[in-house]
Ligand binder design. Structure first.
Ligand SMILES: NC(=O)c1ccc[n+]([C@@H]2O[C@H](COP(=O)([O-])OP(=O)(O)OC[C@H]3O[C@@H](n4cnc5c(N)ncnc54)[C@H](O)[C@@H]3O)[C@@H](O)[C@H]2O)c1
Length: 251
């Protein structure tokens, strides 16, 4: 699924899924704007793409250190993409955090931070990227939801943000379909990333997940990159407004 000539923005691309997705898009010819709040991590993703360590076709990538939960941060990110590569074809809203705890312990800031980054951040980037996509009558947006949109104890903030991503995705698909812009969401189950490995109860969570996962393994970042690659390619040009679960069969 060739992406030569396409320009992609991937948020939260200094780690985990965002990094794997950036590598995959670069490997298939896209020029990638790598976004993250953590400079060293984002730069590492760019370096690997440029040095062709990821078999990147043209090795074109640039880092943008902005906080996408902020209106101006998202605006700057999209502006940088346009100024550097002249257009934006693909937007992957991947940046996300967890702050897991029971509601009885959850404070206002725990709710606000998760919703601001996971949901408002995706909205912000769509807000500033879509005018360019409308103008060129072409765009592919993929939003990272999660299987957690179904609800999980200890994840009221995270689950709400990922359910919100579904509403955002559906609404955008309805507003922008007439401009040949596809908007879809992916909802992974547990995937082996830095973010997941850092969880306090990682071993227990994996053990529990495996019991209810028909494919009997947790996901790898490349599994999700495969799906995102399909959704940003022209092989999926008649698919929009969908939420595709990638969970090893777990519900
Ligand atoms: N790993 C999983 O099991 C899993 C499952 C379902 C959904 N997801 C979703 O996939 C996405 C990526 O998850 P991951 O596991 O790779 O996480 P991760 O923690 O490994 O990476 C997330 C990246 O986002 C960056 N980031 C955080 N706040 C940001 C901000 N305000 N602006 C820009 N960048 C910011 C972080 O610095 C980090 O590099 C998230 O949206 C997550 O909710 C992950």
């Amino acid at each position: 699924m060739d992406l030569t000539g396409r320009v992609a923005v991937v948020t939260g691309a200094g780690s985990g899924l965002g990094r794997a997705i950036s590598y995959r898009l670069a490997e298939n010819g896209a020029k990638v704007v790598v976004n993250d709040v953590v400079e060293a991590q984002g730069n590492l993703t760019v370096e690997k793409i440029k040095s062709k360590k990821v078999k990147s076709k043209n090795g074109e990538a640039v880092f943008s250190q902005t906080d996408i939960s902020k209106w101006d941060g998202a605006k700057d990110l999209i502006k940088k993409a346009k100024e550097t590569f002249g257009k934006i074809d693909i937007l992957v809203n991947n940046a996300g955090i967890t702050r897991d705890m029971l509601v009885r312990d959850m404070e206002e800031d725990d709710w606000d931070k998760v919703l601001d980054i996971n949901l408002k951040g995706a909205f912000n980037c769509c807000k500033f990227a879509t005018p360019y996509m409308v103008e060129q009558k072409y765009g592919k947006i993929v939003n990272l939801s999660s299987r957690a949109h179904l609800g999980n104890p200890g994840q009221a903030n995270y689950s709400a943000s990922k359910a919100g991503i579904i509403g955002l995705t559906r609404s955008l698909s309805l507003e922008f379909g007439r401009y040949n812009i596809n908007v879809n969401a992916v909802a992974p189950g547990m995937v082996n990333t830095e973010g997941i490995k850092a969880l306090k109860k990682y071993d227990m969570i994996v053990e529990r997940a495996l019991k209810v996962t028909p494919l009997k393994r947790i996901g790898e970042p490349e599994d999700v990159a495969n799906l995102v690659h399909f959704l940003v390619s022209d092989y999926s040009s008649y698919i929009t407004g969908e939420i595709i679960h990638i969970t090893g069969g777990r519900y």
